[in-house]
Design a protein. Structure first.
Length: 384
């Protein structure tokens, strides 16, 4: 059903692009046929990229992924630009129709000119936004330094640094070099603890194990910890990634907690599985994850999706660290993300629980980020 809906939407988008870019801008003849062939070819390319590898259960060729996903982003912005220009074009067409009958031949030329001008303007806009988005997505993540005040935090943790990274999305477009850069940037911040809050990979260990290997080089006093995101459950064997990360020295918190100590001071670090784990009978279990937490000390929870903050607040969690949203990734789609998540990015408060959401260090789908650059966040804890 998902494939049917997706194919229908893509078909409608390409039909609209064909009408506005090919049919309305040309007279019958070779030019129209050529433009039609280009639009059809790009549509087939996109369908092949999005659907065929999943339908056939085969890895995506890297070249196909790059071409298809870049066009995916470009066609979305092309459609948006055409829709924005549509009222202007229609208003000018009505003005053209009011010309005297003697001007009939020039009227036809003017209408063709309006169609071509609006299509060219939309194309230039889409090309510019897509180029900017690709550059932003592939650039080094911003390093954000965020002070966070926690109740009951012992003096031994004043200045304690937690490096938070999420949504690395290793896959056909992002590989080992992406991981190496992230590891290098995290290590340069000299963190006390590293929290990887889900969506590390978009594929199996066999496909992406090599790309994840640099994680073994993470350096922090208290280690690196991981919780699953929804994408970890897109593979047929999610536990294989837990075993692989354990081999790389990254500890997974699967509905469990551990105690982080500094002398007599301590806080509980807990982690819950992503909501997507329900498919494998591994849903988030807050009661189990927080069973050993001591209410006399702060609790920091790793949970991939910000929407879980309600459950965290009901159980007195002091700080939840999340990702998942990508900060919206591409404007204007952050409006849709904001409808289903309580926060897009940054630090916010729900009841007595603070929620920090990182925009993530990678991307998913089109290799674009517009209005939501990637980040690695370093949270510096301080007591009240």
């Amino acid at each position: 059903m998902f494939f049917v809906i997706l194919s229908s939407v893509l078909t409608l988008m390409h039909l609209y692009v064909w009408k506005r870019v090919a049919r309305d801008t040309t007279r019958p003849g070779r030019a129209r046929w050529a433009l039609t062939g280009v639009v059809v070819g790009l549509g087939v390319l996109l369908v092949a990229t999005l659907i065929l590898p999943r339908a056939l259960d085969t890895p995506e060729p890297r070249w196909l992924a790059w071409l298809g996903y870049v066009w995916f982003g470009a066609v979305v912005y092309l459609v948006l630009a055409l829709l924005v220009l549509e009222p202007v074009r229609l208003a000018l067409r009505r003005w053209v129709r009011r010309e005297p009958p003697a001007q009939e031949a020039p009227v036809v030329n003017r209408r063709l000119f309006l169609a071509r001008a609006s299509a060219a303007a939309a194309g230039a806009t889409a090309l510019g936004v897509t180029g900017f988005g690709v550059h932003t997505a592939l650039s080094a993540p911003d390093v954000l330094r965020v002070p966070v005040t926690l109740r009951r935090l012992g003096a031994g943790f004043d200045g304690y640094r937690i490096a938070v990274v999420s949504d690395i999305h290793l896959g056909a477009l992002l590989g080992r070099a992406h991981t190496e850069r992230i590891v290098r940037m995290i290590n340069e911040t000299e963190p006390d603890l590293v929290a990887i809050v889900g969506d590390l990979v978009d594929g199996s260990v066999d496909e992406l194990g090599y790309a994840a290997e640099p994680l073994r080089d993470l350096v922090s006093r208290d280690g690196a910890f991981f919780v699953t995101g929804n994408h970890e459950y897109f593979v047929n064997d999610p536990p294989s990634w837990i075993r692989e990360l354990d081999r790389l020295g990254v500890r997974s918190l699967q509905n469990e907690s551990t105690v982080i100590r500094r002398g007599d001071a301590a806080f509980d670090l807990a982690g819950v599985n992503d909501i997507g784990g329900a498919r494998f009978d591994e849903p988030p279990d807050f009661d189990r994850a927080l069973a050993a937490a001591d209410p006399a000390r702060p609790t920091v929870l790793l949970a991939h999706q910000p929407v879980l903050v309600d459950e965290a607040a009901a159980r007195g969690v002091d700080l939840q660290l999340s990702g998942h949203t990508h900060g919206g990734q591409t404007w204007p789609f952050h409006y849709a993300v904001r409808l289903v998540q309580p926060s897009l990015a940054g630090l916010s408060t729900f009841d007595d629980t603070q929620l920090y959401v990182t925009r993530g260090a990678g991307f998913w789908g089109p290799p674009l980020r517009v209005g939501a650059p990637p980040d690695i966040s370093v949270l510096t804890l301080q007591g009240e």
